[in-house]
Design a protein around this ligand. Structure first.
Ligand code: GSH
Length: 213
């Protein structure tokens, strides 16, 4: 069977793409990646050609296209169940915090888009963004468990979903409590994330006139 292909957006900008890319790396699944540059005149046609959902990420495998970052991560976890915690209760918590990120925190997402080439600097945060930041830290404190620097000790899919959040916190210099900062430091020091980050620094895919948020 041919290798799966993961269609992703620019590594600099595509927070959704980073999640399944990390999951595939952690599972040790060989895959090819194909970058669709975002926010360009030809992006819409390329996205529609690659994705039934018209968005990236998309995983092409065995003749089907699976889109949506969580669906792809679950496909990966079916092949490597160790990507979720083994205890059913803890696994439920991991899925809860993952779902919270997947469907929420829109104020943070809009005010602080992921841009891995943005020099770290604070901006004025409105109440809704501050509430998201506080909620995320409270969620992390409520579920942190296990031995190891990640949310459930060893790396899990919950960490895939919060790595782009850690990047937003870093690039917008958002002040965090000490345990949250330590968790973000661990996510951003992860060797697979560093590979993605370094590739983002070498990319030259921005649309003309792009400015950092
Ligand atoms: N819920 C989707 C969201 C995917 C998404 O919005 N991707 C963005 C790139 S980061 C995209 O494809 N934007 C292009 C567009 O919507 O035109 C997921 O989890 O994969």
């Amino acid at each position: 069977m041919s290798r799966p292909v993961l269609h992703i957006g620019n590594k600099q900008l595509s927070s959704w793409s980073l999640r399944p890319w990390l999951a595939l790396r952690k599972a040790g699944i060989a895959f090819d990646e194909h970058i669709i540059p975002l926010d360009r005149p030809q992006s819409r046609a390329a996205l529609d050609a690659a994705s039934p959902g018209g968005t990236v990420p998309v995983l092409e495998t065995g003749g089907v296209a699976i889109w949506d970052s969580l669906a792809i991560c679950e496909w990966v976890a079916e092949r490597d169940p160790s990507l979720w915690p083994s205890d059913p209760g803890v696994r439920g918590q991991a899925r809860s915090v993952t779902a919270a990120m997947h469907s929420g925190f829109s104020a943070l997402r809009h005010a602080c888009p992921m841009d891995l080439c943005r020099p770290p600097a604070p901006i004025a945060l409105d109440d809704a963004v501050r509430k998201d930041v506080a909620t995320i830290q409270a969620l992390w404190a409520a579920v942190k468990s296990g031995d190891g620097p990640f949310l459930f000790g060893r790396w899990s899919l919950a960490d895939a979903f919060y790595t782009p959040v850690a990047a937003r916190f870093h690039h917008f210099a958002i002040r965090l409590d000490a345990p949250s900062q330590a968790y973000c430091d661990a996510l951003l020091a992860d060797e697979d994330y560093r590979d993605w980050f370094e590739a983002a620094q070498r990319e030259d895919l921005l649309p003309p006139g792009h400015t950092h948020a």
